[in-house]
Design a protein around this ligand. Sequence first.
Ligand SMILES: [Zn+2]
Length: 302
Amino acid sequence: MTFRGDANFDTSAVSKGGGGGGIGGGTIAVGGGGIITVILVIVSMIFGVDLTGLAPGDPIQPQSQEQSQGSEEVTGCTGADANDPANVTCRMEGGADSMSAFWTATMQSNELEYADPTVQLFDRQVSTGCGDATSAVGPFYCPPDQRIYLDETFFAQMRDQFGAQGGNLAEMYVLAHEWGHHIQNVTGQLGRVQQGDTGPQSSAVRSELQADCYAGAWIAAAPQTADDDGSAPVIEAVTEEQMQQALDAARTIGDDRLQQMGGGGVNPDGWTHGSSEQRQTWLSNGFNGGVGACDTWNAPQV
Ligand SMILES: [Zn+2]
């Protein structure tokens, strides 16, 4: 995925620094233990990638003073910055700009109310409306505060530890997947996930595959999607090679592959996100068929 070099991003969705925290936190505290448990369970089921147990012995340092002092909005990125392989921050900003334009238009055309999620880039540890989290859980979406949490080092980990090819579109796919969970949240589809329901055809896997499909729909549409201010799309045409890198990322984080890498055998009953093949299939379905091709809930088989 390549950004138009002179593109300027006008989203305020992305922040960087410590915790988003706070938002929704008060409600949770008042609600007591039962609600906390429920919310944590929901979140653990919708993590973009659950790396728990696959990256053992990674000590999480106590939250530093800087982190607890809150976060700053990411501003001033250009398309050229976002294309820089080392500049994950600006890439997330650019991706968020394009996803905002795509989903705002898509939801409007379906006469659905919509507001963007926010994206919180964090370092190692973060406080969220869903509880405290560390990088070890991978990127995730927290429904109560409508926020995507992502440790920028995750992409290096995907390459170095999990053997993904990497690439800008592979990184964008991860953000777009989490954005997909936000869409499910605002449309009510997230409520169809039943706690403890796992396996290749489970509600958990159908939810994850729909998020992959939504990511594919965005990838296909992004080069034609302009902001409503009339400026040109921030993203240029997607090449075959770039799409292959996104599919490679989907393969890398398939449940069967992660189970194998974890040293155990493949146990489909435990799947929460779908196999490598399922994830690639639904990413492709969205890419080829758009949002309308993403009804994983009513598909006889996913
Ligand atoms: Zn997910």
